[in-house]
Write a protein of this length. Sequence first.
Length: 394
Amino acid sequence: MGALITICSLLLFAYVFDIFSSKIKIPTVIILLLTGWLLQIVTTWFNIGIPDLNSLLTPLGTLGLILIVLEGSLELEINRSKVPLIFKSGMGAFGSILFFNFIISFLLIQIYEVSVHKALINAIPLSIISSAIAIPSSRTFRHSTREFIIYESSLSDILGVILFTFVTTYSTFHISIFGAFILQTILMLIISLAFSVLLVFLMKKVKHKVKFLPIVIFIILIYSIAKELHLPALIFILIFGLFLKNIKKLERIPFLSRYDFSSLDQETNRFSDLVSEMTFLIRVLFFILFGFLLSTKDIIDTNSLFWSFPITAIIFLIRYIQLKVSGENVSPLLFIAPRGLITILFFLSIPAADLISAINKSVITQVILLTSLVIMVATFKKQPKTEDSEIQNL
């Protein structure tokens, strides 16, 4: 019973803090990690026996990743006017990942004389913007800035997953492997569209009072099966979310024009609310658990600063160049480049034989904290959520 009281109290604390986070100006992830770490100190101090919770971190992180990308995609409406934004944010995310991995891999190869393959596996987790932190952190920003962050961080997650899947699946690189991977991606796109149509029709036809949770479970099942088949499964999550958000546009498709999708507006809103609440729950549990599993050395290890500070500096240098090249406003976008859930998840997925001692748990933790602290700089500058020139449908 004590464990249940503790969990409920932590969740309610996180909820209250989340409500006032825009006024307190402290990224939620820092408070959650600190809460978990302090909880670990308390249990150690009072000699409270806690079972090994390490095995829960990966499944919680995977579930969190699915829900976060789904939540973000459910906020985005696609139309012709958004194509430049999607292209710009996608190219920005791709360019940042590419150049970061090139620089960090080059340094690891030169200093530790490791293979290109091993260097890339260790660099990729740190190259991806965490939508789990970026999207919630953008709530106080103006409409256009938040929209850019949602697209960029979601696409960064997807591109990062594709790259990490590719590198961990193949130990060598040649033309035939790239061809096979492109075919797998195309196959995943086809599967995603087919199952998205199926799930939308289920949402429309099922009249049972319990129908949204089975759809979420079905989404997780499809994602898990695709992952087992080494397909870029996160593409399905993004496509389904976009599909559902832009459901009215399906009426323009000839063979679907006879269906009335306007009746799904209310259902889509209810489904989005459910996803948002589930995302909050899993995100809070994940970061508190990760904080609980941290040791004090992971946070204050001065030896790890040799890598964590330069890595953080490279992240923001590349981001500054990216924003300048793309023509986006440097502030506040420069400061929104957090590493978080997906970084942790990928780091935990690296095979022991491929780990490099320099990129350890302490470095990962310090980079997450440093990039989250930088977000505080952006949140101190108050911005209106909307502008007269930007009042339009997303």
